[in-house]
Design a protein around this ligand. Structure first.
Ligand code: PLP
Length: 396
């Protein structure tokens, strides 16, 4: 057995990226400043967005978004249960209700047809998730949102560098990216709102810094005008320059980094193809560019004679890291208790594809510094784990 641990993910940082952080630390200005502005400008450049506003996390941006839209008690927000807990949590904390929508069984992404029946007069917002680096089928989603006059905001935490019908995610509408270390671009912690809505961009900019009428940093004064006033009570979610600068180098290498991910993913797809117990996520059939944030498989738990958690533990014992993206939100303690107390949460037929996948998905190591040999090592280890499980089945 190879005794170096192969992690699920590793940030793609160079010595130059690290030196850039050290330069900020030496510069005398370490919080939100010129580097933050550069990061926002570069994201506008790459995505084609009119406005980009950086935050300390995608979750912070989601919180401010719900605040900016005045979403609260009596309001509903439609979002998948197959997602990270950020958006559902923020909806709850605003006193509103998350309405969970099911997903496609193979891409793990929701669709306009699944969302439409859930729309009520209380629906204030729809937040679908671009999953694993693939793009949502945005055209029908946008048409639906327009038809009902409901705002659509894309959870694009996985989607920096992805595109839909030739258009980068973030170019139009409103999308929120994450720069958490597991994501394909990281600032340590961080998030970015891209929007074509000038008013929303302005409100979010103000809300991220105490609700002042100015930004955290003003280029003219090389600081902030001390006379700035509160226009509305705000929060403190501005991204420090020592974080922002970390993203600049990676974003300049975005295409290269994502191409490396795509290469590794293609090798996984080829190598895993003969393994009957393993089914990678399906690829959407519409025109899109995948940025391969995650490589996710589904384990055939009936055929394999081993459940997903045991499978992950067996990989770990053999020095292969893996991840679970994600546990279904509606099956988690708080949400199951609050909304599904009268029926078992895992028995909710409207969320069939979510539940089915939640029991079977597993993310395999994928990061740009991996080699083809690393992919082969993961696949060989999967074969060993499955062979061991099969042998145990025979003994029974
Ligand atoms: C990572 C992630 C988030 C949260 O991002 P943070 O920057 O960690 O707040 C939100 N939604 C999805 C789908 C994610 O994967």
């Amino acid at each position: 057995m190879n005794n170096t641990f192969l992690p699920l993910s590793r940030p793609a940082l160079t010595d130059q990226d690290i030196a850039a952080v050290a330069d900020v630390l030496r510069s005398g200005w370490i919080t939100t400043g010129a580097k933050n502005a550069e990061l926002e400008a570069l994201v506008c450049d790459i995505t084609g967005a009119n406005y980009a506003v950086a935050f300390t996390s995608a979750t912070a941006a989601m919180h401010l978004l719900l605040h900016a839209l005045d979403i609260g008690p009596g309001d509903e927000v439609i979002t998948p249960s197959m997602t990270w807990v950020s958006m559902p949590n923020q909806i709850e904390l605003r006193g509103a209700k998350p309405v969970f929508v099911d997903i496609d069984k193979d891409t793990l992404m929701t669709t306009a047809e699944r969302i439409e029946p859930l729309i009520t007069e209380r629906t204030k917002l729809i937040v679908p998730v671009h999953f694993a680096g693939a793009s949502l089928d945005l055209a029908p989603l946008r048409a639906l949102a327009e038809r009902y006059d409901i705002l659509l905001v894309e959870d694009a935490a996985h989607a920096m560098g992805a595109a839909y019908q030739g258009q980068p995610i973030g170019q139009s509408g409103t999308a929120i990216f994450s720069f958490h270390p597991i994501k394909n671009i990281t600032t340590g912690e961080g998030g970015m709102l891209c929007t074509d809505n000038e008013q929303l961009a302005q409100t979010m900019r103000s809300l991220r810094f105490h609700g002042l009428g100015v930004d955290a940093f003003d280029r003219e004064t090389c600081g902030r005008a001390p006379q700035a006033e509160v226009l509305m009570p705000g929060y403190k979610y501005n991204l420090p320059d020592m974080n922002a600068v970390l993203g600049l180098g990676q974003l300049q290498r975005l295409a290269e980094l994502n191409a490396k991910r795509a290469e590794l993913a293609a090798r996984y797809l080829e190598q895993l193809q003969p393994i009957a117990e393993i089914t990678p996520l399906g690829l959407p059939d519409y025109d899109m560019l995948h940025c391969w944030h995650l490589f996710i498989i589904r384990l055939d738990i009936d055929r394999a004679g081993i459940d997903r958690d045991a499978f992950m533990a067996a990989l770990k014992r053999r020095n292969i890291g893996s991840g679970l993206h994600f546990r279904a939100v509606h099956e988690q303690n708080f949400f199951a208790g609050k909304y599904y107390a009268t029926q078992p949460a895992d028995n909710t037929t409207e969320l069939d594809n979510t539940c089915w996948n939640a029991a079977r998905i597993c993310s395999l190591p994928l990061f740009p510094a991996m080699t083809a040999d690393d992919v082969d090592r993961v696949v060989t280890t999967i074969r060993e784990v499955l062979a061991e499980a099969a042998a145990k089945l025979l003994q029974r």
